[in-house]
Write a protein that binds this ligand. Structure first.
Ligand SMILES: *Cc1c(COP(=O)(O)O)cnc(C)c1O
Length: 388
């Protein structure tokens, strides 16, 4: 993959904008036609033509080309959020009476879509432990049309053998969708493993600056044309030209950010794995990960999201740790330039027992490693751990 060409040049038609090195933001909702004949052409294929920004926009088009190239996809659609991209992919793939198989612990709003919303439209979902490919096979029904994967997921990092799941789905004509937000296109290529659709929360590493919410859906042009005519145009959950432009800027540094984050994360992992107040470290490359072999085969590099299980007596101890953090900002989301901490206990009422929320326990704190110096982050964790 010619990464620097994709990030710096692909899709940018500088001759059309006076040689400007940075593309302009085409802040226009509509595109005019010189003749009725041309307008008729526009209506005949809105997927390909510029007519209305809910369908196509030149700034968004540059972004689509770059992300498609990164994923090795024929095409890509941009959405106003990762959740919108996932919903569009799912709605375009199922109809009433169909059945979906999904990994046990997907992103919370993916679970909500499949578990709470889709049954209203006659679509049922079975959730399975995806670390064993056989579980997918056992969950299949004659009505199964879609398998939803997230490898690794974004809290405990379970992975699926993508090539194996893709092969069993293909044999049966079942579509597969994989959330690749965690790995980024740099570290994992699900389409090359035979997966049909790849989705990204571009809010995370692709943008990397915590200033845009966006989603991308990559796949074959035939499927994406279908998504375009269906949920993309009808739900209208599009990315604005300005947000697309910010994403283009964020992506210029994707490769260097991921390199730096991987190097820092390796040091944070080593520190966390040796600390007496941390019982367990969850990360694809953690030495205790039972799927370490799959990480080595399937991932080309490391991401900066990891989860630590604190050796705390109670939730108050977890709270003392989190409240003491100085450089890790406490909030949701991940993948930005700044390091973050997300305590699972914040989702539950105060004074809940530590292990009330099985299978996720309240002594888990998810850390997103940003671009700070490793020793600064480690010193911050160390002083906060002494408060437990
Ligand atoms: C954040 C996230 C999403 C949702 O993306 P938004 O851009 O927040 O809508 C989907 N999948 C994963 C793994 C995520 O972390």
């Amino acid at each position: 993959m010619d990464l620097s060409y994709i990030l710096n040049h692909l899709g940018e038609e500088r001759e059309k904008y006076h040689g400007a090195v940075v593309p302009p933001i085409t802040q226009s909702s509509i595109f005019a036609f010189p003749s009725v004949a041309d307008m008729r052409t526009g209506f005949s294929d809105e997927f390909a033509e510029h007519m209305y920004t809910r369908g196509n926009n030149p700034t968004v088009a540059i972004l689509r080309k770059k992300v498609a190239a990164l994923e090795g996809a024929e095409d890509c659609l941009a959405f106003g959020s990762g959740a919108a991209a996932i919903a569009a992919a799912v709605f375009a793939s199922v109809r009433s009476g169909d059945h979906v198989v999904c990994v046990a612990r997907p992103y919370s709003w993916t679970r909500s879509l499949l578990r709470d919303l889709l049954p209203r439209f006659g679509v049922a979902t079975t959730f399975v432990d995806g670390t064993d490919t056989g579980n997918f096979e056992r969950a299949l029904e004659s009505a199964t049309r879609l398998i939803v994967l997230e490898s690794p997921n974004s809290m405990t990092y379970e992975q699926q053998d993508l090539a194996a799941v893709a092969a069993l789905a293909r044999e049966r004509g079942i579509r597969t969708l994989c959330d690749n937000s965690y790995a980024t296109p740099l570290n994992q290529s699900p389409l090359a493993d035979g997966i049909d659709l790849v989705v990204h929360s571009a809010t995370k590493y692709l943008n990397g600056h915590s200033d845009v919410v966006a989603g991308m859906l990559c796949g074959s042009r035939a499927i994406l044309r279908d998504v375009f005519k269906g949920p993309y145009m009808t739900f209208g959950a599009i990315l604005s030209p300005h947000d697309a432009w910010l994403l283009l800027r964020g992506m210029r540094t994707l490769a260097v950010r991921m390199e730096r984050i991987a190097a820092t994360t390796a040091k944070v992992l080593a520190f966390a794995e040796g600390h007496p107040k941390i019982r367990q470290v969850y990360h694809p490359q953690a030495s205790s990960n039972p799927q370490l072999g799959l990480s080595e085969r399937q991932l080309r590099g490391s991401s900066g999201l990891l989860t630590i299980e604190l050796d705390a007596e109670d939730v108050a101890g977890v709270e003392r740790f989190c409240d003491a953090l100085q450089r890790f900002l406490m909030t949701v989301s991940w993948g930005g330039y700044e390091s973050l901490a997300f305590p699972v206990c914040a989702v539950f009422p105060p004074n809940a027992p530590l292990h009330s929320a099985s299978p996720v326990s309240l002594d888990l704190v998810r850390l997103s490693v940003g671009l700070e110096e490793a020793d600064v982050l480690i010193a911050d964790l160390d002083q906060a751990l002494s408060r437990i």
